[in-house]
Design a protein around this ligand. Sequence first.
Ligand code: MRU
Length: 342
Amino acid sequence: MTDHIYWKDGALYLLDQRLLPFRKRYVRCTSLNDITRAISEMVIRGAPLIGIVAAYGVVLGLKDLISKHRKITNNALERICERLAKTRPTAVNLFWALQRMKKKYYKNEEKEDILEILLQEAISIHVEDIEHNRMLSLYGAELIDDGDIILTHCNAGALATGGYGTALGVIRAAHEDGKKIKVIATETRPYMQGARLTIFELFQEGIDSELVPDNHAGLLCANKRINKVIVGADRIALNGDTANKIGTLMIAICAHAYNIPFYVAAPVSTFDNSIPDGTHISIEQRDGREVIYFRGNLITLKDVVAWYYSFDVTPAKYITHFITEKGIIPKPFKKFIPMLFS
Ligand code: MRU
């Protein structure tokens, strides 16, 4: 599945993930506003995809200026990037992609075809992400054995990335390798990335899969109904502390308690070499109404105060290995993670 994001005739088309798996509708983005709305309202989501869409957002932001007969200036570029950076604070891929777009801009700001140069950079970020996912998936598939029953949380599939996926990419590669595996996906309340998106992708690939409510992690580990866990990540600190979808931490603690390997699959763009540990990760807090309502239907009393921290941080000690496009990262993470940047 790679048709969930494409550029055509000066516009970015995004498959509206809020409607999956029941409806396939594209949101056409032609302006910076369209892009900031698509990211913050979760038309698209997933750390790598947020970064890719933001990169195209820089191009559309500058195009907006030209259409209003205004000049592209350094200040204007900085303001566009600031607006994009405010959409979702946790996934570091967003900031990584904006930095890369800025670097390209400052190297080429005098050139007449700067817009085309930046569009090509956004396309490169997109294409490289798919390549990196395929590479890390091949490494990760080595860790998967015939007969494995693998728990995954949220959606770290093609839909969360430029294509192919990270955690789901590893599963996909093992399946393509002919390994007989089963995947258990958590629902991932309240946005239901697992139930709506992960199960959708697994069914499309014909991979044996089942669905559980999020609160099943303890039972599945205790009863050895799963023997591996693979998840994606939104930001990984230099010591290996990892932010991922809320609920990841409780799965990691359960897996650790029952000696079940817990793998995190992510491209190097998800590692943040500016922070020593997870205490520096800012956790997005979304509107409590996303918990109180599901698809417009009230599911509790409307005046209740509801919390929705979108992510949690799993301490490195609960993680067995990281799976990246540069290979499998073993412990001690403090020694090996910094090497990813050299
Ligand atoms: O809120 P979301 O859907 O953007 O959260 C997504 C996740 O937590 C994913 O697991 C993570 O971004 C990795 S995607 C390859």
